[in-house]
Design a protein around this ligand. Structure first.
Ligand code: NAD
Length: 390
């Protein structure tokens, strides 16, 4: 593709990096300083958009990389947002609930001139919840003197959140899969599925495959997985995981390690846990017929090249998990217009976005004879190039 050196250089350099040190009153009365970031990668297509991560290992490099990914993801999904990401270096498990609220409100005050409904709109990410988004919207509203729910997405429904946001990533991922199913000739009668990671996104995608008649033969969480070649009872496993916190072995399922799950003979491998789950060593041994990347960055760049050489198609994260940010966009639109849409309305709109994005990627892969990941970046860069150069 033809993309100008200026556009590439622009995307290589975040437009703005904000780095704050802010105080929090702890439960023992002491004041402690915390370090927070916001990286605004690019806003040529609309306000910066991206999650906030509260994690002890969060640092500027990680946030910069995630902000770039958001820029690409919003462009692939063709929603009018740019890309950003933020975070605080903190282990929220070490804070009481009141300390977590004070930290969130203090971080919001430190960022109040950076964020805004038409400037930069944060959302949940690792360890940040709808409750935390509600505190942000409330604190920001106090600072600007009027309610501003559109300053943040992923809020609880009574605080201006959208119907359908909770399950959006899994539902969007399944819709993307349906678009690729025809292109890759996957038959629900025979294709089997293995899902790594059984949290918010993994449970929903496993549930949808099961619901549509696929045999989900393996699922796993951080402690290991379960396997049955006849298919696992996914609704029961979701109930068990959410009641007990784990995947307990049952009479008709045997245990399987995460490593073995990734190397299973199956139709569709769905990494839905963490980044770098499929390194080079694993890529050589993947036996799935296709990979649907629900997690962000599950395949390392070198592993990606090996999978391409082996002819195993990878439907990339920037497309597959864009249902989450697409419903965030629909939440923001409802907040900006004061409308309230039903879950069916929201899902119909999200599906239309997922269909258009998937078809654009399938067409670019064909036109340029490249992998689906390269095609997704081509689609994004064409759109970003036009917006950046005007
Ligand atoms: P989550 O915390 O709800 O679930 C993560 C799951 O992965 C848990 O079941 C955990 O036990 C499991 N896990 C952790 N380490 C593992 C390992 N080594 N092997 C197997 N399983 C392991 O997180 P989530 O919200 O479901 O997000 C999962 C992935 O999807 C992340 O990469 C996230 O960035 C991406 N994603 C999520 C959303 C969303 O809306 N939830 C949106 C976009 C992208």
């Amino acid at each position: 593709m033809h993309v100008s050196p200026f556009v590439l250089e622009r995307l290589r350099r975040p437009q703005r990096i904000v780095d704050v040190e802010f105080p929090v009153v702890m439960d023992d009365g002491s004041k402690k300083f915390f370090h927070g970031y916001r990286v605004q990668c690019n806003d040529a297509r609309g306000p910066f958009k991206g999650g906030l991560r509260f994690h002890p290992q969060t640092d500027l490099d990680e946030v910069k990389a995630l902000a770039f990914w958001m820029t690409i993801k919003c462009a692939v999904a063709n929603i009018p947002f740019g890309g950003g990401k933020g975070g605080v270096t903190v282990d929220p498990k070490e804070l009481s609930k009141v300390e977590l609220e004070r930290l969130t409100r203090s971080f919001t005050r430190a960022m109040s001139d950076v964020w805004g409904p038409t400037k930069d709109v944060p959302a949940p990410d690792v360890n940040t919840t709808p409750q935390i988004m509600e505190w942000i919207a409330d604190e920001y509203g106090k600072i600007v003197g009027k309610p501003q729910p559109a300053v943040v997405t992923g809020k609880p429904i009574p605080a201006g959140g959208s119907e359908g946001r909770g399950a959006a990533t899994g539902r969007g991922a399944y819709r993307v899969f349906e678009n690729f199913r025809a292109a890759l000739a996957m038959d629900p009668e025979t294709a089997t599925v293995a899902v790594q990671g059984f949290g918010n996104a993994g449970q929903e995608i496993a549930r949808l495959f099961h619901h549509h008649g696929y045999r989900v033969v393996a699922v796993s969480d951080s402690r290991g997985g379960l396997y049955n070649e006849e298919g696992l009872p996914i609704p029961e496993l979701i109930k068990m995981k959410n009641e007990t916190g784990g995947l307990v072995r049952t009479a008709d399922a045997r245990e399987i390690s995460n490593d073995d799950l990734l190397k299973l003979e199956c139709g569709i491998l769905v990494p839905s846990a963490l980044e770098n789950a499929i390194p080079v060593e694993v890529a050589h041994e993947v036996k799935a017929k296709m990979i649907l990347e629900v997690a962000n960055g599950p395949t390392t760049p070198d592993a990606d090249m090996i999978l391409a050489k082996r002819g195993i198609p990878v439907v990339p994260d920037v497309l597959v998990n864009s249902g989450g940010v697409s419903v965030s966009f629909l939440e923001w639109q409802q907040n900006m217009t004061g409308e309230k849409w039903t879950e069916e309305d929201v899902l119909t709109r999200m599906n239309a976005l997922m269909d258009d994005a998937s078809q654009a990627v399938i067409a670019a892969a064909d036109t340029y004879a490249v992998t689906f990941r390269e095609a997704a970046f081509i689609v994004a860069l064409e759109r970003l190039g036009k917006a950046i150069e005007g």
